[in-house]
Design a protein around this ligand. Sequence first.
Ligand SMILES: [Zn+2]
Length: 303
Amino acid sequence: MTTCFDIGGSFIRHGQLHEDGTVTEIGRVPTPGKDWQAFVDAVAEGAGSGSDPISISLAGAYDERTGYADVANIPCLHKRLVVQDLNSALRRPVVVTNDANAFALAEAIDGTGKGKSVVFGIILGSGVGGGLAVNGELVNGFGGMAGEWGHGPIMDPTAGGQLSGIEHYACGCGQVGCIDAMCSARGMERIHFSLHGTKLSSKEITQAWRASDPAGGETVEAYSTLLSRALSVLVNTLGPDVIPASGGLSNDSRLLDLVDRKTRSLVLANYPTPLVVKGQFSENGGLHGAGIVARKSFPEAAE
Ligand SMILES: [Zn+2]
């Protein structure tokens, strides 16, 4: 029996992979962030007895070439040879996929991108991330970073793109003016503070916008403009058939609809139907994607 894991900064969720490719969540425990042995124990507990393989969707970058993970919010995994170390600690085969990639793969194989050739899955939540699948296969890219459109200082003041009254925020990656810093939920909150001097959560801002509050409206207008401009470059570069979205902000269908319409108005190709849509696996893309990776990596996985 193959166990799939969705490992985030807050929780480790685990589920069982079934023969039909679905993954049922069995349980979740808080992620031991700093203690490697506690982390290993939590994964071992979820996997149960035996030596069957496990497939992990991880909230961080993983470079297949070097084997190193880059997981700033789970310190005990950061800069660790995560597959090798888990493999020797658990004595079972281990495969690891970045969570945004797992989501993109889930959408490409079984979700909104099923049967389509280019699927660019995006995460709009506490951070901005993404994954690219072409013809049903993940594109990991050099350093395992393909699809990470949230970073790169494209909104740096020295590179242009400044909207009136909006500052260029520092990003966790060390750059200034990354899409992640501007278009995550926190980015929306920073934009609102820059424009109106009040601290509201992204949820309160979008609620105010829906209630026709002018300040909320101005923030959402600026946010969606920044986000759709960034997406338009990606659309022209990748030619996606669909952009399924996941993450907290993707739950707001009106916001997603606004971003979709703005993005389609800025690109070269004519998309007659929605391009940026809510992902079918926006809630469990990690587990489902880990299941797909398990079936590919271990053909006997679901038996
Ligand atoms: Zn960044």
